[in-house]
Design a protein around this ligand. Structure first.
Ligand code: HEC
Ligand code: HEC
Length: 163
């Protein structure tokens, strides 16, 4: 009899803990959802929305500094109308090793000639064929959310060759 009432009490207290955890979880999710900025447009998804003009690309031909050494460099020129399909790759007609002398374009980096095992091959690796999967042009627009990125060289690193 005594044992039974103790197990009843145990079950009740477990129930209360479960309930409290549940409430905490729901409250936490709601707060998190409110913290995530709304990037997907207005809440009235089916309504009519004014279409903002497509921003103009920066096409000044000035190669941009990379934010970290292995960042895919951004494209500083127009790529309007450049075909990039399984049969034809306009980018390679300037950036491939064989064509850089005539085009003056920087050669696709050595990593683009490596298989995933690091084996060098004679042509661009299939995993680097679709350039715009990694390289994108830039537009001068307002950031959607605040950006707190800091260059790693500003984080107290002593640079080689500074003295
Ligand atoms: C007509 C030749 C030509 C074509 C086609 C071309 N590029 Fe370029 N690209 C250049 C030249 C020249 C530069 C050097 C900067 C400049 O003059 O714009 C350059 C610079 C770049 C850079 C910057 C490299 C760096 O280190 O900062 C990237 C990335 C790039 N191109 C990607 C592409 C991609 C992707 C395509 C295809 C969608 C493409 N390019 C098509 C000639 C070309
Ligand atoms: C999977 C991602 C990826 C793809 C696809 C890709 N690149 Fe890159 N690219 C990079 C990265 C990362 C770097 C910088 C680090 C490095 O050299 O690997 C780079 C570097 C470059 C550079 C600078 C080379 C230098 O020495 O300054 C050029 C130019 C370039 N890529 C052009 C291209 C072109 C043209 C294509 C398509 C044929 C292409 N990339 C496809 C990721 C990619």
């Amino acid at each position: 009899m005594r044992g039974q009432s103790r197990s009843n009490r145990l079950i009740r207290s477990h129930g209360r803990i479960l309930l409290a955890t549940g409430i905490l979880l729901i409250a936490g999710t709601v707060t998190l959802a409110q913290m995530v900025p709304d990037l997907s447009g207005p809440p009235d998804q089916m309504g009519e929305v004014r279409a903002e003009p497509v921003p103009k690309w920066v096409v000044d031909d000035v190669r941009k500094m990379r934010a970290y050494p292995d960042q895919p460099p951004v494209i500083p020129h127009s790529i309007e109308g450049y075909q990039l399909s399984i049969n034809s790759n306009r980018c390679l007609s300037c950036h491939k090793r064989e064509f850089t002398e005539a085009s003056g374009a920087p050669m696709i980096s050595v990593t683009h000639y490596m298989t995933r095992e690091g084996q060098m091959i004679a042509d661009v690796s299939p995993r680097r064929y679709f350039c715009s999967a990694c390289h994108v042009p830039q537009a001068d627009t307002r950031p959607l959310i605040e950006n707190t990125f800091r260059d790693m060289s500003e984080m107290g690193v002593k640079h080689l060759g500074d003295q």
